[in-house]
Design a protein around this ligand. Structure first.
Ligand code: ARG
Length: 460
């Protein structure tokens, strides 16, 4: 035998490169606290069913508490020879408490242990991500409520379409995030199932009580099937899929923020603390935060593809391939948390430039649909109204005049159905106020929608 923990059947030590190549300790030490949490629950359960004595349990828990302290203080002697976080901790425990430490692994395998650790880790991270997501949504709702009357152009094809309120636009972003939030909480339900007790793949011969362990660890229930329990990584893929959709939404928000801060749009100002300058062009103030968030979406999509590909065609049950699940998952978690923090801090600080927004809406003939609807209300068929307004716009383009800037006589060149009351519908304020139904852009609707969004968020 060799001196590895599994070295009994080996006649020569692991090749030095292979030891390094197969080790995961450099990155899976991130699971250390959850590994200890799982081990304490496992030892507690083993004592409850009589596999360990109460004294043995207490020695194991006290030893693990010491190990935790060493890790917290940065004093833990991590060793690549011990391959991964699980064997590092177990070896350290045994060094501290002696032979009792070697009993901790009774009725357990690293296969169910690691699957449990990742789920405990991800559950905690999900709760932090959900809190940041809620903070971002809160910021959007508050800003939307404040800007319910602020008018900007709405776009299709990035061409001015109809006036909308800035608050309405912000609440569109909020809706995207509300769906992401639901997806995250739904994913959490499947994360919160306990693999422990599956042992290597088939279960264990000891009289374990998995309900006890599950309850100690706050899991909803023990996983149903031992083969599936050790080999399922769906939950990591689901989280990464959630993260991809979230970052896709945030990249769309980012794109608009970048456009809006440009001199060409000039719709908003981002405070200096969220921007950076240029080393050569003294005038530059660049929207780096939204640009970087837009870029980060790519790396999260990469992790989703990586994990899906990792799991593809794997036979049951555990395979060493699965060790590759951690780095993409960890990076997806870190990226999502950073992007959410950046946005949750930045969004409330957006300063809309209301005059420029309104001016852009006016310049773009954004009330043309309102004029067509006006004609329809006076009895003109919609297709004819469309044609009449189209001619009015062509005239406006030639003369450099918005519809609202034309005289009644000018407008009547195209239809004598038009009367003095037309000017009420041609104003930006009239246009948005008229879209006064649930889901519409009218300021009153935006305020009501903000209120509903706030309630929905509070009820999660
Ligand atoms: N480091 C391993 C992983 O991350 C732990 C499980 C190893 N199990 C085994 N039988 N080699 O997947």
């Amino acid at each position: 035998g060799t001196n590895q923990s599994w070295g009994g059947r080996f006649s020569e030590p692991t090749d030095a490169f292979v030891a390094r190549f197969t080790a995961s300790e450099a990155f899976d030490r991130r699971l250390a606290f959850h590994d200890i949490q799982g081990s304490i629950a496992h030892a507690t359960m083993l004592a409850r069913v009589g596999v360990l004595s109460d004294e043995e349990r207490d020695a194991i828990i006290a030893g693990l508490d010491e190990v935790r302290g060493e890790i917290e203080r940065g004093e833990f002697p991590w060793s690549v020879e011990l391959e991964d976080v699980h064997m590092n901790i177990e070896a350290r425990l045994t060094a501290k408490i002696g032979i009792t430490g070697k009993k901790l692994h009774t009725g357990r395998s690293r296969n169910d242990q690691v699957a449990t650790d990742i789920r405990l880790f991800l559950r905690d991270e999900i709760d932090q991500v959900a809190a940041e997501l809620a903070r971002l949504r809160e910021g959007l709702i508050t800003l939307a409520d404040r800007e319910a009357d602020t008018i900007m152009p709405g776009f299709t094809h990035l061409q001015t379409a109809q006036p909308v309120t800035f608050g309405h636009h912000l609440l569109a972003w909020q809706e995207m995030l509300a769906r992401d939030h639901e997806r995250l909480l739904d994913c959490r339900r499947r994360v919160n199932v306990m693999p422990l007790g599956a042992a290597a793949l088939a279960g264990t011969t000891y009289p374990i009580d998995r309900h006890v362990t599950a309850e100690l660890l706050g899991f909803e229930r023990p996983a149903e099937n031992s083969l599936d329990a050790v080999s399922d990584r769906d939950f990591a893929i689901e989280f990464t899929a959630f993260a991809s959709l979230l970052l896709m939404h945030m990249s769309r928000m980012s794109e608009e923020l970048v456009l809006w801060t440009s001199a060409q749009f000039d719709f908003i100002d981002l405070p200096d603390r969220f921007c950076t300058g240029s080393s050569i062009m003294p005038q530059k103030k660049n929207p780096d935060v939204p640009e970087l968030v837009r870029g980060k979406s790519g790396r999260v999509y990469g992790h989703l593809m990586g994990l899906l590909t990792l799991m593809k065609s794997q036979p049951l049950a555990y395979n060493k391939d699965n060790q590759e699940d951690k780095e993409p998952l960890f990076d997806a978690v870190d990226t999502v948390k950073d992007c959410l923090k950046a946005f949750a801090d930045m969004i409330p600080a957006i300063e809309p430039k209301k005059a420029q927004m309104a001016e852009a809406a006016r310049r773009g003939f954004s009330t043309a649909t309102d004029l067509a609807d006006y004609l329809v209300r006076k009895g003109v068929a919609f297709r004819d109204a469309h044609e009449i307004v189209g001619e009015s716009v062509a005239y406006g383009l030639r003369e450099g005049k918005d519809l609202s800037e034309m005289t009644l006589d000018e407008l009547r060149q195209f239809s004598d159905t038009i009367e003095q009351d037309v000017f009420e519908v041609l104003t930006l304020e009239g246009s948005v106020a008229a879209r006064n139904h649930i889901g519409g852009t009218a300021p009153d609707q935006v305020r009501a929608a903000a209120q509903r969004a706030r309630e929905a968020l509070a009820s999660l």
